[in-house]
Design a protein around this ligand. Structure first.
Ligand SMILES: [Zn+2]
Length: 479
């Protein structure tokens, strides 16, 4: 009798899951794209340049489109009633990438610069930690040093994002992650030129800003060129093929297969690959931001690209190809990390370059889903950790005695291939809502966690909802 009941119940489960909406289903594979600093208008400036109009990006056709709040512990809770009344409201105590990356990766908000630790500095489980616990493969990919805040938040746990050396060491020596790709190469300058043995690395604009903040927070070791890769000892172990812990729990260490040449990143986009790959492309910082720019005419791509480093699309293809061998599926995060850097500098043409690089990576992942997987088993999320630069239309924030409605003016498109007309109102992050797009298995679950309604952006969720919804998928798979 008991067995009979179990059989009937099993049949019932098969029936309900078999008939139910697959957009509510727990996904086998999850790919989270984060455009660091990518607000709504960052997407639009790239669209105007690429297509002469907005709304054309592949992710803008995703079925789930909402806003997302990004505030941190100690920051200003997003209040839709204040945001569109007071022009400067969104400039108050915005989050940084560590606090928002932690919220996205773990579902818990934390303080500025905390890396997957909570407000009491206790370690939090990330969605990659949870995925590893149930036998999925995992990875992080970025256009900036892999130990930077966003990828770090998915893998490492540290009280400060500026402890690069400890963070990189944890990622390389202790984590169970299967793919890590990013910059921070200790033997190359930020412009991609090789550091000769008697030289010190050229400290670029971003690095000096970083050092200043790091020093303010009292961190040591921050002058060392090897800090982004865990220190010289760890780096040497990595290059020799002797770094890495037991990633698959069989009691034997699984050393990283180390790669650095662009053609290897490209080669791993198809065919056979090693099972664990750590790629550090040949730049001390990001892929393209600090490349030699003598020919930069203020137009996207007018300064020739550094062809020695991979594109984000190439790294995404390689990562997926490495991770998709696991029959249990995978969870990965792909970051367009330098969108934020160029937006801090209010460089419109470079912002467009970085967004286009990001967009192509999303397109590549969507193509992979359609060719090699399906939207019934894979979930793709495209979002940002915060907005950078308060990028809006020209002539905004003009005091109008009669009405407040003209405060925020739209970006003005100037046909395909031309820079749109814009104005930047900050060199920092803002608390503005960022876009959230989702498609595929489980995407509808985000409609169940809406936090509020914004007068301009409509329904919005919170950055913690990504960590919580994805964690629920992974916990339900465990049972
Ligand atoms: Zn930033």
């Amino acid at each position: 009798m008991k067995l009979f009941k179990i059989l009937i119940f099993g049949l019932f489960l098969v029936l309900i899951t078999g008939c139910s909406d697959t957009t509510k289903k727990s996904p086998k594979n999850i790919i989270i794209f984060i455009g660091d600093g990518m607000g709504y208008n960052h997407v639009d400036v790239a669209s105007f340049y690429q297509f002469g109009e907005t709304g054309k990006q592949v992710y803008e056709a995703f079925p789930v489109k909402m806003g997302m709040s990004t505030y941190m512990v100690g920051g200003e809770v997003y209040n839709p009633d204040s945001v569109w009344v007071n022009f400067n409201y969104v400039k108050k105590k915005p989050t940084d990438s560590a606090a928002s990356g932690t919220a996205i990766a773990t579902g818990t908000k934390t303080y500025k610069s905390g890396v997957s630790v909570d407000s009491a500095k206790m370690k939090l489980l990330t969605v990659l930690d949870r995925a590893e616990l149930i036998g999925k493969s995992t990875g992080v990919v970025s256009t900036v040093p892999f130990s930077n805040a966003t990828p770090a938040s998915f893998v490492a746990h540290n009280e400060s994002r500026y402890n690069y050396r400890e963070i990189a060491k944890e990622m390389i020596m202790e984590s169970k992650v299967d793919v890590i790709m990013g910059g921070g190469h200790p033997l190359f300058n930020p412009d991609g030129s090789h550091i000769k043995s008697h030289e010190k690395r050229v400290v670029g604009e971003k690095e000096s800003y970083d050092l200043e903040l790091s020093n303010q927070m009292g961190n040591s070791n921050n002058e060392e060129v090897y800090r982004y890769v865990g220190g010289k000892v760890v780096w040497n172990l990595l290059v020799e093929g002797n770094a890495g812990s037991d990633a698959d729990n069989d009691g034997i260490d699984d050393p990283w297969d180390f790669i650095q040449d662009r053609d290897v990143f490209q080669k791993y986009g198809s065919g056979e690959t090693p099972k664990r790959v750590l790629g550090v492309f040949k730049s001390g910082q990001s892929t393209q931001v600090e490349r030699v720019n003598t020919l930069d005419a203020g137009k996207p791509f007018s300064a020739p690209l550094n062809i020695e480093v991979p594109t984000l699309e190439e790294m995404t293809n390689a990562s997926i190809n490495i991770l998709d061998d696991n029959p249990n599926g995978f969870v990965m995060m792909v970051e367009g990390g330098a969108i934020d850097w160029v937006a801090h500098s209010n460089l419109l043409h470079r912002t467009i370059e970085e967004i286009i690089d990001f967009n192509k990576a999303v397109e590549a992942a969507c193509n992979w889903v359609e060719k090699n997987s399906s939207w019934n088993e894979t979930l793709i999320i495209v979002t940002a950790d915060h907005e950078t630069g308060y990028l809006i239309g020209p002539g905004s924030n003009k005091v109008d005695a009669q009405t407040t409605e003209e405060k925020w003016k739209p970006i003005v498109g100037n046909s395909k291939g031309k820079l749109p007309s814009v104005e930047w109102f900050s060199k920092d992050h803002t608390n503005s809502l960022v876009p959230f797009y989702a498609k595929g298995a489980g995407s509808s679950n985000f409609r169940d966690v809406i936090k509020g309604n914004d007068n301009v952006r409509g329904s919005y969720i919170d950055n913690t909802d990504i960590g919580n919804v994805v964690s629920d998928f992974l916990l339900s798979d465990e049972n």
